[in-house]
Design a protein around this ligand. Structure first.
Ligand code: GDP
Ligand code: MG
Length: 151
């Protein structure tokens, strides 16, 4: 069976604050495998598609402007139960409700500046990965490390 994948994105505030490395580190040291990574400016078209289920929310315009304020770092991570566990590593949508030890719990305060995105289901992950990485992601094996992480 193919390994589960999720789309994790460092938002413009995270990139500008120099937290890309810290966010990558959380996923790397947990044991997950990086299969795609890019720094890119976002566009209204990509964001409208990415956040299509939030179009009717009152904060939608604010969210799009926030996301257009600078480049983002998009990543695809792979591993057991990565979608759910990835969201737990990020913390709650509202950083003030996020436990210390999570990324949002440790590094931010307001929901409109919450540093990072993580797919909320396996289906959303597939949709987001093909949206942000239309040319696909890498398949590669960690020959030695895999057996130190999985039983
Ligand atoms: P997520 O999956 O945890 O990122 O949360 P959602 O999918 O519900 O919302 C997407 C993003 O919209 C969040 O990460 C926030 O950046 C932003 N957002 C959500 N709720 C609010 C809100 O009430 N006010 C503002 N300003 N932004 C919000
Ligand atoms: Mg979401």
């Amino acid at each position: 069976m193919a390994e589960e994948r999720t789309y994790i994105m460092v938002k413009p505030d995270g990139v500008e604050r120099g937290l890309v490395g810290e966010i990558i580190k959380r996923f790397e040291s947990k044991g997950y495998k990086l299969v795609a990574l890019q720094l890119l400016p976002t566009s209204r078209e990509l964001l409208n598609e990415h956040y299509c289920d939030l179009k009717d929310k009152s904060f939608f315009g604010k969210l799009i402007n926030y996301m257009l304020s600078g480049p983002v770092v998009g990543m695809v991570w792979e591993g057991k139960d990565i979608v759910k566990t990835g969201r737990r590593l990020l913390g709650e949508t509202d950083p003030l409700k996020s436990a210390p030890g999570t990324i949002r719990g440790d590094y931010c305060i307001d929901v409109g500046k919450n540093l990072c995105h993580g797919s909320d289901s396996v289906e959303s992950a597939q949709r987001e990965i093909s949206l942000w990485f239309p040319n696909g992601v890498l398949s590669w094996e960690r020959h030695n490390v895999h057996k130190l992480i999985y039983e």
